[in-house]
Design a protein around this ligand. Sequence first.
Ligand code: KDG
Ligand code: MG
Length: 402
Amino acid sequence: MRIADARVIVTSPGRNFVTLKIVTADGVTGVGDATLNGRELAVAAYLTEHVVPLLIGRDPARIEDTWQLLYKGAYWRRGPVTMSAIAAVDTALWDIKGKVAGLPVYQLLGGRSREAVTVYGHANAETVDDVLGEVAHYVDHGYRAVRVQTGVPGLTGVYGVSRDPRHYEPAGGAVPAESVWSTPRYLEHTPRVFEKVRAEFGPDLMLLHDVHHRLTPIEAARLGRSLEPYALTWMEDPVPAELQEGFRLIRSHTTTPIAVGEVFNSIWDCQQLITEQLIDYVRTTVVHAGGISHLRRIFDLANLYHVRSGSHGATDLSPVCLAAALHVDVSIPNFGLQEYMAHTAETDAVFPHTYRFAGGMLHPSEEPGLGVDIDEEAAARYPYRAAALPVNRLADGTLHSW
Ligand code: KDG
Ligand code: MG
């Protein structure tokens, strides 16, 4: 069997998505997500100009060899653009392999290690009183884990708080929106939020919080310590993680578990964090970390060091990524949690899929392959529009991590 065609489809049903569709000479198709929020066209061009010409005529069954060709063969290694492009090819080839075998992809990965995938929802509101209502919404829908984000008094545009609470979308116009940040106000406010949420919902609900890379290690240590009475399941991205040894300082001060990795794109980005047991959950994803093949390598390494998976699943990871993530999640031994932000109805219509949510869990598709597709006619109705992620500044104008 040979690859006859590979198309890059850019569509914007409410937000931008980049999808690779590979077609074999005998008409089997496979899809892979290649969306990199705010930098979509860089990946689309990388695929179209540099990757697709290499795919035509290749044997789609050779997933590993194709991965190595695209990784080693480029000479220039890693990086979010390259690794998202490789991820899209890898994911599409797993989809094809599943269809050819007549099996859902999780069966090719060793079969089920659990019945379904526990997910967490993203409860958010400007005020603490309103966020209690949002947490209740998720609990009422069966969620066992909820991430809680609120505004901070005196600050506008804090990460995680959305106009439409059920469909969080940070990307806005063509030029980045600017918000103002204050670490002292945030550190003062956040423990008060969790004090109220824990008091209201009791000890069993798993609670999470995303710091979104805004603190230094000693500030993160203070936050982690102040949250200990509320027994969070994790504190996410407490600091920007380029300096992996910086996590030793956080670790030496707090027992609040740490989850990191949504912006990582290779095993090398989390090697030290994992092997020194500086984190508890690794949040790498199918689309940004080299596809199903590479993500499995990261999770296997993590498994040796008591680190569990906690993959990113914001709305900018398309239903193709989510479908693929569920096959990985349900099969690995060290699954932790899966983030789940439901897509809009428009997005779901462009990406028909057969994974389903029930009782706080996502159930992967039982169809051969990934169980997701792109409706190209529907996709064509939503042309690309530039949308940038925001930036953050301190009150004096200094640029801060967003
Ligand atoms: O594109 C960026 C978003 O995916 C990110 O800001 C969301 O941090 C995020 C999360 O944990 O969902
Ligand atoms: Mg995050």
